[in-house]
Design a protein around this ligand. Structure first.
Ligand code: PHE
Ligand code: ZN
Length: 878
């Protein structure tokens, strides 16, 4: 079957025909919408006469077809639900007119045209446009669009599409119409329409060259007051892209619509971004600091796509990270500039390690630019997004800020209007900087996270310090051999008292504060070094690798106190805690009192250091997660043991540091009015991180402190964080406070998500039973991706000990959920299934329980291609 085929990058060929312009008329009505499309098509010069034209479709029903106004005879074409073939199209420019019917209310896949809370909306990336009309649905087919929307005035007073407004009017029968014109040629995946009865807030932005842009954010009536932070974020994003990258907006209007049912975070459709409402709506009483930060980040991300994604798009879906990796890098830089750079870096690395590292070391590993896929929807991954951003960041690190900007300027100049490739992206940096990026390109082509192993020695007599770095990447599916990569390692040598160590001579490839690894092993010799230094390596996490260093706990704690690089100060504390937990969980060798005390003292000192900012301190006080301990252990993992060990370490820290931590906690109380600023967020983050340590570590009186904070909180951050501490520790208050939370916030779906997600993280043995009961409740919104992800997604990814219960109940729960949801929304199902990517790292009993759950899913008839693809790769022999 055509649908089941694997698609290969090496088979890329342009389509034999171009679609130059699109003129659509869409009539919205309950049950069925009618889509009339006129495509202006022409053969490429090289196309042989008689070459058929095959347009993509998906669940479409054709009701009429004509070329240049003349209806086609049956023998001239073949129409099925998923394709339309013209056997012998004219060998000149012609207009193909089709009429199809689509059923938005029946569309539970949320791809193409669907209805969310009564609003008609679309999602076309990557292959949704073919569910609206027959088309060459591939990103290298760029056309201009004119769209006429017709709908009942009361059902849909608001009619929006891409581009600029080009007229409205009466359409008879209580209906009205609106015309939208998008002058910028775009691929079909950027197409969007919204029709509904929505509220709006408006504003305007004047670009650097003096053009006024009308801004609108649309939402459910009554939620307008929750859109202001999103609007503020949008205006700051527009100004930032001008300042930092010289990129101006290019239409008269920019609209954002918040919808409640959405498979991803948001979508960058040209001039009409459609958002999951969780990334638009916020107010202090119901949204946390994290929610506000998420909104700012995603608004920026989608806006930045206007240049990195829309003006320059992807030639094919293998190039997805061309737009995604680059745009994530851009949104990371935006947040770094708007907030704290060091804190943002640490948070991004935590995300990378939590999401991308496990992907990269398991059965779903793939390069940022894959060379084959069965289902493209399964490649919107942490590797494409987050590792893609790391690769761009390394380019900036290697070329320096000015060299990187020169390359970006050339990229926008040379490729504006193109559907481009990774090769073309790398070429602009080569041309702008006169460098060769051939070896660097491996970062895009190879899967797997390199390990960089460090050895060092100091010779007192010759005052020589030697550093040896060795890189190695383990095999990944389909890639048994790995060549060495270009790895920028930013570093410093820290001397006694924390002062930087100087040297008189150095041999090896060292530039200023950076060693660039290109071969398997690199040795650098520093001469004239007065004392044995402590090396601070991979500063600012200059490459997405695993650093294995022989530093003692004492050296690590020295760095935690003295390193001038904030990232490595944080990393050193993490490493100390990690080593203690890994040893205790694997060797059954608990830490000595001295080593736990040393860590506790360092944490207490960090919490009170006047020179560090609060958000940084909060991150420092957060021990590595259970999942990251599991990943470090790697094989024969027993998640329950890890859970116990982590709690025990927290208890030891609390025993020693509680008085200091409590003091800091109380000193941070505030009566200031709520604002989601970096300073306020940081203060709350630190206070709540301390509360979490105290509660999880079983400090005396901590439960009462948490219950009190919960009761008296004046914002959602403090309330939700107090509840989180209580739930993760499963204190006697947990069930009572969860019930109270439900009572107060159960009517706000986005807050309900927090409640569901907390339930999913409960550590007690009753959790699977409770989650099952919630899902079985007929009132549970069983088609809303946010609700489903909050409950089951969170359970699979963030409750390792219960997901991997030894009796297999956690595995079975997720597997049967996947089978059920797959019948309605395959994308949500496939994503939930990726929780199993770590299954081979478990100890034998859990491993076979996981396999049994996967096998029973495999036996389910009629699995979607999305789920079958993930399942096949997850089970493939390693
Ligand atoms: N392109 C979107 C983004 O990263 C993500 C997305 C993919 C949304 C597929 C919907 C569907 O900004
Ligand atoms: Zn994106």
């Amino acid at each position: 079957m055509r649908n089941e085929e694997t698609i290969y990058l090496k088979d890329y060929a342009p389509a034999p025909y171009r679609i130059v312009s699109v003129d659509m008329e869409v009539t919205f009505a309950p049950e069925q919408c009618r889509v009339r499309t006129q495509l202006t098509i022409e053969p490429l010069p090289a196309t042989a006469p008689g070459t058929p034209l095959i347009l993509d479709g998906d669940e479409l029903r054709l009701t009429s077809i004509a070329i240049d106004g003349a209806p086609l005879v049956l023998s001239a074409y073949e129409a099925t639900a998923d394709s339309l073939t013209l056997h012998e199209p004219p060998q000149r420019r012609f207009v193909l007119e089709t009429d199809v019917m689509v059923e938005p209310e029946a569309n539970t896949k949320l791809m193409g045209l669907y209805r969310s809370n009564g609003t008609w909306c679309t999602q076309c990336e990557p292959e949704g446009f073919r569910r609206i009309t027959y088309f060459l649905d591939r990103p290298d087919v760029l056309a201009t669009y004119r769209v006429t929307m017709i709908a009942d005035r009361t059902l849909a007073p608001v009619l929006l599409a891409n581009g600029n407004p080009a007229g409205t009017g009466d359409a008879g029968d209580g209906r009205h119409f609106a015309v939208w014109d998008d002058p910028h040629p775009k691929p079909a995946y950027l197409f969007a329409m919204v029709a509904g009865d929505l509220g709006v807030i408006t504003d305007s932005f004047t670009t650097a060259s003096g053009k006024a842009v009308d801004l609108g954010i649309y939402c459910e009536h009554g939620k307008e007051g929750e859109c202001h932070w999103a609007m503020d974020s949008l205006k700051r994003s527009m100004a930032w892209d001008e300042r930092r990258f010289g990129r101006e907006y290019d239409l008269d209007v920019f609209n954002i619509v918040a919808v409640s049912d959405f498979n991803f975070g948001a979508m960058e459709n040209k001039g009409l971004n459609i958002f999951n409402d969780k990334y638009v709506l916020a107010k202090a009483e119901t949204a946390t600091d994290g929610d506000f930060e998420g909104i700012e980040r995603v608004i920026a991300h989608e806006y930045f796509h206007n240049w990195s994604g829309n003006r320059i798009t992807c030639r094919d879906w293998f190039q997805l990270c061309l737009k995604e990796g680059l745009t994530v890098y851009r949104d990371q830089e935006f947040t770094s500039d708007e907030r704290s750079r060091a804190v943002k870096r640490i948070e991004d690395v935590r995300t990378l390690r939590a999401t991308q590292f496990p992907e990269d070391s398991g059965p779903l590993a793939h390069p940022p630019r894959p060379d084959h896929y069965r289902e493209i929807n399964n490649f919107y991954t942490a590797t494409v997004y987050e590792k893609g951003a790391e690769v761009v960041r390394m380019l900036a690190t290697l070329l320096g800020e000015a060299g990187f900007r020169k390359g970006m300027d050339l990229y926008f100049e040379r490729h504006d209007g193109d559907a481009a490739t990774i090769e073309q992206f790398l070429k602009v940096f080569e041309d702008a900087n006169g460098v060769d990026l051939e070896q660097f390109k491996l970062w895009y082509l190879d899967a797997g996270t390199p390990t960089v192993e460090v050895a060092d020695s100091y010779d007192e007599a010759s005052r020589t310090y030697r550093l040896t770095l060795t890189q190695r990447t383990l095999p990944t599916p389909g890639q048994p051999e790995k060549a060495p990569r270009v790895i920028p390692v930013r570093f410093g040598l820290v001397g006694p008292n924390g002062a930087p160590t100087t040297w008189s001579r150095v041999s090896g490839d060292v530039r200023d504060d950076m060693v660039v690894l290109t071969g398997e092993t690199t040795t650098i010799t520093f001469e004239g070094v007065a004392n044995r230094p402590v090396p601070s390596l991979l500063r600012d996490f200059s490459a997405p690798v695993k650093l294995v260093s022989p530093l003692s706990q004492e050296d690590q704690l020295f760095l935690a106190r003295h390193d001038s690089d904030p990232f490595n100060r944080w990393q050193a504390l993490q490493d100390v805690a990690m080593a203690l937990m890994v040893d205790a969980a694997t060797l059954g060798r608990p830490w000595t009192e001295a080593s736990a005390s040393a860590l506790a003292d360092a944490l207490a000192e960090t919490a009170t250091a006047p020179s560090l900012d609060d958000a940084f301190k909060a991150l420092a006080l957060t021990l590595p997660t259970e999942a990251s301990v599991a990943r470090t252990i790697g094989v024969d993992v027993d998640p329950e043991r890890i859970h116990t060990v982590r709690r025990a370490l927290l208890a030891d820290i609390v025993k020693r540091a509680a008085p200091v931590l409590e003091g800091v906690y109380h000193s941070l109380a505030s009566t200031e009015g709520y604002a989601p600023t970096a300073a306020q967020n940081g203060r709350r983050a630190l206070r709540n991180a301390i509360l979490r340590v105290l509660v999880l570590g079983g400090a005396q009186g901590a439960d009462a402190l948490a219950a009190e904070q919960y009761a008296h909180a004046t914002n959602m951050t403090d309330r939700a964080d107090a509840l989180e501490a209580v739930v993760l520790a499963w204190t006697p208050d947990a069930e009572r406070l969860l019930a109270d939370f439900r009572l107060h916030y159960g009517n706000d779906p986005l807050v309900l998500d927090k409640w569901l997600a907390l339930h999913a993280r409960a550590p007690d043995d009753g959790v699977v039973g409770r989650l099952r009961a919630m899902l079985a409740d007929p009132a549970f919104p069983r088609n809303n991706p946010n609700r489903l992800r909050s409950l089951v997604g969170t359970f699979g990814m963030s409750n390792p000990a219960q997901f991997a219960r030894p009796d297999g109940a956690g595995f079975q729960f997720v597997a049967s959920f996947v089978a059920d949801v797959d019948t309605r929304n395959p994308q949500v199902a496939a994503r939930a299934l990726t929780a199993f990517r770590v299954w081979r790292s478990f100890e034998p009993g859990r491993r076979s329980a996981a396999e049994a759950a996967l096998r029973s899913l495999e036996a389910t008839p009629g699995l979607s291609r999305n789920v079958a693809d993930i399942l096949g790769r997850t089970l493939a022999p390693s």
